[in-house]
Design a protein around this ligand. Structure first.
Ligand code: NAD
Length: 243
């Protein structure tokens, strides 16, 4: 029997893109998966029809109530919680030099989903993960490690998530491991139209190609199996981080 087959995981923001690839990979590895998105009930229902046994919970992880509802429903369904993948995130492109285009609403939305979201879910999940010697994997970004990214607020939110990963690894050990992946440019609905970035990556990344959502899922599944790794940030960027 697959040793992963009794374990339960929540993947936030899994109705699309990278989150969907992560949820599909873990499902294929035998995990019992709770899918999540916000105002994506139709997509969630369609995905559950293709993944028998998986659940979907519509919840806004940027609010503590939404995160608590997500965790409570997942634990009620599967009776335990062994891992959380904090993947939900939002991004819109604003040139870093265009400070005037960034307003309060933009900052608040980005920080609420990308940084407070993982905090909210970690806080709600902590007692359950502590019981199962579980783990948290955050989906950060290369933008949180280098001076790149779709906008300055986005990059700062991901830099915050990198530091949150370090702080939670320290605070929640030894019961809970906390790690992050830091994708570079991954071909998803979020990034599909960003042609200039696509060209740059194809010309310059050591891998000379964009990443696929499945590349990130591979890394997430890999780090989940590394029992002695905590507080690590793993670039999944075709080598872009060395440029
Ligand atoms: P996507 O737009 O395809 O998917 C985003 C998902 O998040 C959707 O399921 C959406 O419903 C969900 N979501 C949005 N707001 C939410 C909220 N408040 N509560 C719950 N769910 C919410 O995006 P993607 O490209 O797959 O990105 C997924 C993650 O990967 C994000 O955190 C993003 O910052 C990160 N990332 C993406 C890239 C890339 O190149 N695509 C690179 C680095 C990091």
């Amino acid at each position: 029997m697959n040793t992963e087959s009794t374990k339960a995981v929540i993947v936030t923001g899994s109705t699309s893109g990278i989150g969907f690839a992560i949820a599909s990979r873990l499902y294929a590895e035998g995990w019992r998966v709770t899918l999540n998105g916000y105002r994506t009930e139709k997509e969630g229902a369609d995905l559950c029809a293709k993944m028998p046994g998986a659940d979907y919970v519509d919840a806004d992880v940027s609010t503590s109530d939404g995160a608590a509802h997500l965790v409570k429903t997942a634990v009620a369904s599967f009776g335990q919680l062994d891992a959380v993948v904090n993947n939900a995130g939002v991004a819109w492109r604003i040139d870093h030099s265009d400070l005037d285009a960034v307003d309060d609403e933009f900052w608040d939305k980005i920080m609420a989903v990308n940084l407070k979201g993982p905090w909210n879910v970690a806080k709600a999940a902590r007692p359950h993960l502590a019981r199962s010697s579980g783990q948290i994997i955050n989906n950060a970004s290369l933008a949180g490690l280098t001076t790149t990214g779709s906008s300055i607020p986005y990059a700062v939110s991901k830099a915050g998530l990198v530091h949150l990963t370090h702080l939670l690894a320290k605070a929640l050990g030894p019961e809970i491991r906390v790690n992050a992946v830091a994708p570079g440019y991954i071909d998803t609905p979020l990034t599909h139209e960003w042609q200039s970035v696509r060209d740059y990556v194809e010309d310059n990344a050591p891998a000379r190609r964009l990443g696929d959502p499945e590349d990130v899922a591979e890394a997430v599944h890999g780090v989940m199996k590394m029992g002695y790794v905590s507080g690590a940030i793993i670039p999944v960027a075709g080598g872009l981080q060395v440029l």
